[in-house]
Design a protein around this ligand. Structure first.
Ligand code: PLP
Length: 384
C-alpha cells in the first residue's frame, strides 16, 4: 500500500512515542498536583512548552496547549473576537478567507449566529490565494479579527501571511493563521510571520491525534472557551495533556531540524509527480498555486470522472489518498475551496488530493502515477 494521505493524518514517529511514553505510564501525575509525581508532570509540561516556543520562535508563555487544530482555531477566532468586542463594542465583524478549514469558517459562523457578529469573506484568486488588495477591500473600522490560513489543506496553496498580517496591523486588526498544514513543511517563525495567533495540530506531523497548540502573542486579549481550573494561564482550563504536549514539542523539533532539505526533496518529487500525472491522464487539471504551494500536496481534478470513484479505483490499486479534505469526505457537496477558486461544481466533484510525508520516494510516486492513469481510465470507461 502507498499511503498518500499525510495531510489527513500521519503515523506517530518512534522518537515521539518514546518521548511521550513515560507520561502515560510511570510519570502519570497531574501537573497541578503538589507532590513529587505532580511536580514531575509539571516539569515535563514546562519543558514541552519551552521546546515548542523554541521551535516556533515565540515565548513559552505564548503557547497554549489544546486538543488539536480544531480547538486552537476555535479558541483563536472566538476567543480573540469576543475579547476585542468586550473591550470595544464597535468591533463586531470578523474576516475569514474563502478557503478556510471548517474549524475557522464554522467558528466565524458561530460568532455570527450566536453573538451577532458579521462575517466578511475575502475571496481568493484562481490559485486559491488571498491578495493584499482583496483583504484591504474587506477591512473595516469594525473588524475585530482576520483569520487566514498559512497553507490550504485541499490544494496546498500557501498564503502571503506575513504581508497580510502587516496589512491587517496597518488597520489596527490582529491576524490569526491556521498553520496546521504548514507545520513541518514551511518556516514557522512566529515573530517573522508577524501574526497574533497561530494554530497547530500534532497528528499532521508525527504526534498523536488530540494534541495541538495555539500560539497567542503576549498582549493579545483572549476570551477562554473552556472554563474551570484556570490551567494554561486561564486561557484553556482542563488538566494538561502532558504526554500530548511532550509529543507535539518533540514532533516540532524533529520536523524543524531537517526541514529545508526535506521540503526541497519532497517538492521536487511533487513537481515530477504532477508532470507525470498531467502527461499520463488526458484532461488532468492540477489545482492550487503552481509554485507557492506545500511541498507535500499535489491536487487535481479529473473532469469526466467522479472523485470518489477514482479514489476507490486507486485504493484497489494500492494507493490511498483522498478527495481533498477528510472533513468533507463522503459528503456529496463539491468542495467550497474549489468553488471559491472559480472551478465549476461539476469539475470540483472530480477532485483528488495526494499528500506526502517526509519518507515518500520517487518509486512510490512512479507507481502512484501509473495507478492514477489506470484508475481514471477505468472510471471514464465505466462512465462512458
Ligand atoms: N486546520 C486545517 C488546515 C486542517 O487541515 C485540519 C485537519 O484536517 C484542522 C485545522 C483540524 O485539526 P485537528 O484534526 O487537529 O482538529
Amino acid at each position: 500500500m502507498i499511503y498518500l494521505d499525510a495531510a489527513a493524518s500521519t503515523p506517530v514517529r518512534r522518537e515521539v512515542l518514546e518521548a511521550m511514553w513515560p507520561y502515560l505510564a510511570g510519570e502519570f501525575g497531574n501537573p497541578s498536583s503538589h507532590h513529587s509525581l505532580g511536580d514531575a508532570a509539571a516539569a515535563a509540561l514546562a519543558g514541552a512548552r519551552e521546546a515548542t516556543a523554541k521551535a516556533l520562535g515565540c515565548r513559552p508563555g505564548e503557547v497554549v496547549f489544546t486538543s488539536g487544530g480544531t480547538e486552537a482555531d476555535n479558541l483563536a477566532v472566538k476567543g480573540i473576537a469576543l475579547a476585542r468586542r468586550a473591550a470595544d463594542p464597535r468591533l463586531d465583524r470578523v474576516v475569514v478567507s474563502a478557503v478556510e478549514h471548517p474549524a475557522v469558517e464554522e467558528s466565524a459562523r458561530y460568532l455570527e449566529r450566536v453573538h451577532g457578529f458579521a462575517v466578511d469573506v475575502v475571496p481568493v484568486d484562481r490559485y486559491g490565494q488571498v491578495t493584499e488588495a482583496a483583504l484591504a477591500a474587506v477591512l473595516r473600522p469594525e473588524t475585530a479579527l482576520v483569520s487566514i490560513m498559512y497553507a490550504n489543506n485541499e490544494v496546498g496553496t500557501v498564503q502571503p501571511v506575513a504581508r497580510l498580517a502587516a496589512l491587517a496591523h496597518a488597520h489596527g486588526v490582529p491576524l490569526h493563521t491556521d498553520a496546521v498544514q504548514a507545520a513541518g513543511w514551511l518556516p514557522l517563525d512566529f515573530r517573522a510571520l508577524g501574526v497574533d495567533a497561530l494554530s497547530l495540530s500534532g497528528h499532521k506531523l508525527g504526534a498523536p491525534k488530540g494534541c495541538g497548540a495555539l500560539i497567542v502573542r503576549g498582549r493579545t486579549r483572549l476570551e477562554p472557551l473552556l472554563h474551570g481550573g484556570g490551567q494554561e494561564r486561564g486561557r484553556r482550563s482542563g488538566t494538561g495533556n502532558v504526554a500530548g504536549a511532550v509529543a507535539l514539542a518533540t514532533a516540532l523539533g524533529l520536523a524543524g531540524s531537517g526541514q529545508p532539505a526535506a521540503a526541497a526533496r519532497v517538492a521536487a518529487l511533487r513537481d515530477e509527480f504532477i508532470r507525470a500525472v498531467v502527461a499520463a491522464v488526458p484532461g488532468a487539471l492540477p489545482t492550487g498555486h503552481p509554485v507557492e504551494r506545500l511541498p507535500s500536496v499535489a491536487s487535481f481534478c479529473f473532469p469526466g470522472t467522479s472523485g470518489e470513484s477514482v479514489l476507490l479505483e486507486l485504493e484497489r490499486r494500492g494507493v490511498i489518498c483522498s478527495s481533498g479534505s477528510a472533513c468533507a469526505a463522503g459528503s456529496d457537496e463539491p468542495s467550497p475551496v474549489l468553488l471559491a477558486m472559480g472551478i465549476s461544481a461539476e469539475v470540483a466533484q472530480t477532485a483528488v488530493r495526494f499528500s506526502f510525508d517526509g519518507n515518500v520516494t520517487a518509486a512510490d510516486l512512479d507507481q502512484a502515477a501509473a495507478a492514477v492513469r489506470a484508475a481514471v481510465g477505468s472510471v471514464r470507461t465505466l462512465g462512458a
